[in-house]
Design a protein around this ligand. Structure first.
Ligand code: CS2
Length: 493
């Protein structure tokens, strides 16, 4: 549990709660009395701007010991900051000039897995724990993005199999926790993946089941029997917090807060009804529980995330630092619309979805000038994002003989970005687990490079590089970007 930090420092803490300005909203429960019912893997900004808030609203409304043991997997910075503030942080919603601040108090036990793997494993095994939620980013699943299966030779997986008690990968930690839970006997659990993967529940079940099987077949059977993996669609734009955000929040609060998050008003959480044990009343925050999340998930991945990636790559190359700058530059909004025109026929959403309203809202959300979402941040990990955002709808459109030009342009923009130098000759800081492969494919004409990159099976599978329509569309788009530049391609689109 979090210990109260010395009250001398002007830092957000439990003792500071009563003296915060009245306009700052705060929890209706006493954080010191909140028990832990959830383990979260991946204590990043998205978690703090989404599930942690839904959970606070659920407790405010209906009570329950739904405090969160929130775990960082890679760096300790965030959990250390959260711990230094008694688990409290500010959630600042911004919409143009309008803002609303609330203190969030659901993170009751910040943990850094590499420092304390035993505590994380014990928390997953604890009888009060009913749920594990995950926002660890796509690459943390140690899977092949094209096929959705565990990479059994992944160095992190090989290492974790050899010493599961000190597991450090997300699948390793989860399987270690489930093994301990099976041994100690508190029974069923629900694992809720909140990452932007296709069929994120089923994909997680497949990866965790396979790793369990590699460790002990009986464990895999127990997981299959006792653990639910509902799929979810999560949505809220939560960029990395900047130092000017921190300064603004200090002025608002009168105390320091190094764990604050800033986000847009929009939020959505659609969860499949496959809970194996109790859960918070997340509906209090507006979550919806449905029988099949796939149509919602596809709509969000193929509209919001796909256009995000298009804007990120083409926008970065055209010199735009943020999505809100790119979306108002000539041609970008039109390109997003064209991409959505291509994606919509591939969706399964029924009559319930008001597509024109959803699309209009997306354009407004991207243009929110108070949300400084860096194109570079979204451009990260393209190898893990392209398959579900762009390639799945491309496959469906190829099969049906429908247009693919704008999605192919997005893939080409990624290819141009993956070259690692921008249009002014400056190096691009590419963050991607497959970056070493792209770097080796830097040389050659656009068509040679397109061919080489299309040969990366983990991204494109073995079907797309053989599809002449797709290859021709991507190559033509890459040639256009290389010869005319990204800004002019967008403007003339
Ligand atoms: C973005 C997402 O970084 C990215 O790849 O597309 O994080 C996006 O902001 C969220 O999915 C919005 O819900």
């Amino acid at each position: 549990m979090i210990k109260t930090s010395p009250s001398a420092s002007a830092r957000l803490s439990r003792t500071k709660l009563p003296s915060l300005p009245r306009a700052i909203r705060r929890p209706r429960f006493d954080p010191a009395r909140l028990g832990i019912g959830i383990v979260h893997l991946g204590c990043g900004a998205f978690h703090r701007g989404h599930q942690a808030i839904y959970t606070q609203e659920a407790i405010d409304e209906a009570g329950g010991d739904w405090g969160i043991a929130s775990v960082s997997l890679k760096t300790s910075e965030v959990v250390d900051r959260v711990a230094a503030q008694d688990g409290l942080y500010t959630a600042l919603m911004r919409d143009g000039a309008r803002s609303d601040a609330c203190i969030i108090a659901t993170l009751r036990e910040p943990l850094f897995a590499p420092r304390d793997p035993g505590a994380v494993i014990a928390r997953i095994a604890a009888s009060n724990t009913k749920i594990v939620t995950i926002t660890a980013t796509e690459k943390a699943y140690c899977h092949d993005p094209a096929s959705g299966t565990l990479i059994e030779t992944h160095p992190d997986i090989v290492r974790d199999i050899a010493s599961l008690d000190r597991a450090a990968s997300m699948p390793g930690i989860l399987v270690a926790g489930l093994r301990a839970r099976r041994a100690s006997g508190p029974g069923p659990l629900t694992v809720v993946s909140c990452d932007n993967l296709p069929n994120n529940g089923a994909t997680t079940a497949k990866i965790i089941g396979r790793l369990g099987e590699m460790i002990e077949p009986a464990l895999a059977r127990w997981i299959d029997d006792q653990v639910g993996f509902p799929s979810t669609m999560v949505d809220r734009i939560v960029p990395a917090t900047t130092s000017s955000d921190v300064a603004e929040i200090r002025t608002m609060l009168g105390v320091d807060d190094d764990a604050a998050v800033v986000f847009e008003p929009y939020r959505q959480w659609v969860i499949e009804n496959d809970f194996r044990a109790a859960r918070p009343l997340w509906e209090a925050g507006g979550a919806t529980i449905v029988l099949d999340v796939a149509p919602h998930e596809e709509m969000k991945l193929r509209l919001l995330n796909a256009s995000h990636s298009l804007i990120a790559y083409l926008g970065y190359l055209a010199g735009h630092e943020h999505v809100c700058d790119a979306i108002v530059a000539p041609g970008f909004a039109r390109l997003a619309e064209k991409l959505w025109d291509e994606a919509v026929p591939t969706l399964r959403v029924g009559d319930g979805a008001d597509m024109p309203a959803y699309r209009a809202a997306l354009l407004r959300r991207f243009a929110n000038p108070a949300i400084k979402h860096r194109t570079w941040q979204i451009a990260m990990d393209g190898s893990q994002k392209l398959p579900q955002r762009l390639l799945a709808p491309i496959r469906a459109n190829l099969a049906a003989g429908r247009p693919i030009a704008t999605a192919a342009l997005a893939v080409a923009a990624w290819m141009r970005y993956a070259r690692g130098v921008d249009e002014k000759g400056r190096a691009i800081d590419i963050r991607d687990p497959l970056a070493a492969q792209f770097v080796a494919m830097r040389e050659g004409t656009p068509s040679e490079r397109a061919r080489k990159l299309l040969g990366i099976g983990a991204i494109f599978g073995d079907d797309l590089p053989r599809d002449s329509r797709f290859v021709a569309a991507v190559t033509a788009a890459l040639e256009a970007i290389e010869t005319r530049g990204a800004a002019s391609v967008a403007r003339d689109s």
